[in-house]
Structures are given as structure tokens and as C-alpha cells.
Design a protein around this ligand. Structure first.
Ligand code: PMP
Length: 376
């Protein structure tokens, strides 16, 4: 079966084997006589599906035992509120510090202000000159050494992969080095979770909407050090109080059962690929090929500082922007889908998540070369 190459930023391409397995099991999951959608979340079949999904996620990411894995709803945007509701009251100061490096972390910081003293303690919202390169706003990442973290903040939040800007930050700091030892780091890893290993000695909370690398929309993954659970504000909705969710194995209320099942199939697929370490090598190969071609072309441009270019989301521009519409129409006709850049950035964006094979990236490069040859 051949399908077009889908470069959507999310919801995005799923592994074909996962879709095929879901199709095969659609009306009768493993002889149960039921679709997963039709099962009680309290029944033994779904409990098994949930437990297996958690176990596989733990294996894939090497989640330490003192971290809980929660399956939540509300997406990463919901988490922008749910997180402060659970954590900002942790130490009595009612403070939360945010690093703003693009559209998503900007939204996170704004939402947190509803719940307490949320401060932006570092931002790349301005232009900068880095290594002699002129960088536009949100095309670089604020150096951790410059973060003005308040020692009594309940946590520091950043987004490790800005999906819109295409900025990926992987040098997660030890906050002791900036005068804030013991402050938990909270990471929105929505658009690159499972694309590379995670260092849990650095991060106390990692969360992600599933709909890029982990499955369909509808489930939010949250991995949290257990000592941070149990500090929710009295106004926190019960269904979003991490303590309730943890105590009930993510079944305080009906969880998004089908999305959890699909995420579980993605985890199994990833294990079969050799796990996160193996897929990371593929992701490096794909990203290198695409950036190398763009940088060398003179016809296309990526404007993100090379040290923080995302392996997952590659925004690029045609130097002659009058060709944008033609580029997109021809790409679509050639079976290269959803390449239009986010409206706030313009240009193009190729999202090359785990489920996009190297072959798909090669097809994109071949098309780009051909388009350049005809118009360059
Ligand atoms: N954070 C990041 C990094 C994202 O990419 C997105 C969605 N594209 C969100 C948050 C918001 O996620 P959701 O739509 O699931 O609320």
C-alpha cells in the first residue's frame, strides 16, 4: 500500500502498521467480541491495554520508578492550566517561572498568570546576535546561564520543542548552576517526545499531547516525580488533580480509551523499531539530510540558529516568496501533503516525526530540487 507523504505538524502521520493493526482489530479486539471503543474502562481487557501502554512507555523512555505516568485529557493547552493548578501552591510562594521561546511557551506563561505569580524569567522574543548571526525573535533559545530563576518559584517551565518556530532545546540545565537548586523543571515535550531519550535527572515533569509522536489526539501524557503530586489548589477540578488521577491509575473518570489504545500500538511499534535510541538515529539522519539540502540551496532558507534547529519541525522559506502558492500546489499534487507553514511564521514547514520514514524526506528533497531547477 502506498500513501502520500504527510508532513502535518499534528495531528500527524501515524505508522502504517499501527493503522493497519487498528483496522484489523476494529470490530473485534483479540477475540473479545468488542471494539476497544466498546469496552468498559474498568473491564479486564481495557485494564490490560492501559497497563501495557504504561509499561511500554516506561520501557521506551526509561522512566524511573519514583515517577508516575498519567494519561490525561485536555491536551497540552489544558495542561497549561492543569499544571499550575497542581504545582503552583507546592511551596507556599505561589510563583511559577517560565522560559518563553516561541508561540507555545508564550501561551503556557500567559495561562499560568490566571493562577498565581507567573513570571517570564528568560525569553527569545527579541532579536539577537549569536555567533555573529543575526537571529529573528523565536529563532534562538535563551541561554540557561541567563535565566533569572527565582529561588522560591514552585517550578520552571519551558517548551523543549517549539513546533511552530522549529526550535529544539536539549541542553536541559541543572538549576543549581543558576542559583535555584532543587527547583523542579517542567517540560512541554509535546512535539518531540519519544524522538530522543529524556534525562529524568534533569526534568521533574514532562508532558505531551499525544498527537505528534505518540498517537492520535485525545490523550495527554504526563510523567511526574511522585513527590510533586498532592499539592493541588483547592480550586483544581477533581478530574485534573494529579493525586486523584494517580491514585486511580488514570481512571478517576472515564479516560480516552481509544486514544490510549492507539498510543499503546505506537509504543509497541516503536519498541519493534529498536526503541527511542534507534529512532533517534533515524531522526538525526532525516533532519541532517533536509537541513543540509536547504542550507546548500540558496533557493530555500531555514532561519533558526543551527544549535537549536528542531529535528522534528523544519520551517523553511522560499527566497522568492511569490512562488509559495505554486510550491504548495505542486507539492500536494506530487503527494507531499500539509507543508504550509504556520500562519504566524509563513513559508513552509515539514514536520518529520518518528513515523515519517527517511524515504519520505528524500521524496521531499527530490521535489524541492526539481522545483528549484525549474524556478531557480
Ligand atoms: N505545546 C506544543 C509544543 C504544541 O506543539 C502544541 C500543539 N501543536 C501544544 C502545546 C498544544 O497542544 P494541544 O492542541 O494538544 O492543546
Amino acid at each position: 500500500m502506498t500513501r502520500p507523504w504527510n508532513f502535518s505538524a499534528g495531528p500527524s502521520v501515524m505508522p502504517l502498521q499501527v493503522l493497519q493493526q487498528a483496522a484489523a482489530e476494529m470490530t473485534d479486539w483479540q477475540g473479545s467480541g468488542m471494539s476497544v471503543m466498546e469496552m468498559s474502562h474498568r473491564g479486564k481487557q481495557f485494564m490490560h491495554i492501559r497497563d501495557q501502554a504504561e509499561a511500554d512507555l516506561r520501557t521506551l523512555l526509561g522512566v524511573p520508578d519514583d515517577y508516575a505516568v498519567l494519561f490525561l485529557q485536555g491536551g497540552a493547552t489544558g495542561e497549561n492550566a492543569i499544571l499550575p493548578l497542581n504545582l503552583i501552591g507546592r511551596n507556599g510562594a505561589n510563583k511559577a517561572d517560565y522560559i518563553v521561546s516561541g508561540a507555545w511557551s508564550e501561551k503556557s506563561a500567559k495561562e499560568a498568570r490566571k493562577y498565581g505569580d507567573a513570571a517570564v524569567v528568560a525569553t527569545s522574543a527579541s532579536e539577537a546576535v549569536i555567533d555573529g548571526r543575526h537571529q529573528a525573535p523565536y529563532t534562538w533559545f535563551p541561554d540557561a546561564g541567563q535565566w533569572q530563576v527565582r529561588p522560591d518559584t514552585a517550578y520552571v517551565h519551558f517548551c523543549s520543542n517549539e513546533t511552530i518556530g522549529g526550535v529544539e532545546f536539549t541542553q536541559w540545565p541543572d538549576l543549581a548552576a543558576v542559583g535555584a537548586p532543587g527547583v523542579p523543571l517542567v517540560v512541554d515535550a509535546s512535539s518531540h517526545i519519544l524522538s530522543r531519550p529524556i534525562d529524568f535527572s534533569k526534568a521533574a515533569v514532562v508532558y505531551a499531547g499525544a498527537q505528534k509522536n505518540a498517537g492520535p489526539a485525545g490523550v495527554t501524557l504526563l510523567i511526574i516525580r511522585r513527590d510533586l503530586i498532592g499539592h493541588a489548589l483547592p480550586t483544581c477540578p477533581s478530574a485534573f488533580d494529579y493525586a486523584n488521577v494517580e491514585k486511580n491509575d488514570s481512571m478517576y473518570n472515564t479516560p480516552p480509551t481509544y486514544a490510549i489504545y492507539m498510543a499503546g500500538l505506537v509504543f509497541k511499534w516503536l519498541l519493534a523499531q529498536g526503541g527511542v535510541e534507534a529512532i533517534e538515529q533515524e531522526n538525526i539522519r532525516k533532519a541532517q539530510a533536509l537541513y543540509q539540502y536547504i542550507d546548500g540551496s540558496g533557493f530555500y532558507q531555514n532561519r533558526v540558529h543551527p544549535d537549536v534547529r528542531s529535528r522534528m519541525n523544519v520551517p523553511f522559506f522560499l527566497v522568492d516568496e511569490s512562488l509559495n502558492a505554486e510550491f504548495l500546489a505542486q507539492a500536494d499534487a506530487a503527494g507531499l501533503l500539509q507543508l504550509k507553514g504556520h500562519k504566524s511564521v509563513g513559508g513552509m514547514r515539514a514536520s518529520i516525526y518518528n513515523a515519517m520514514p527517511f524515504e519520505g524526506v528524500q521524496a521531499l528533497i527530490t521535489f524541492m530540487k526539481e522545483f528549484e531547477r525549474r524556478h531557480g
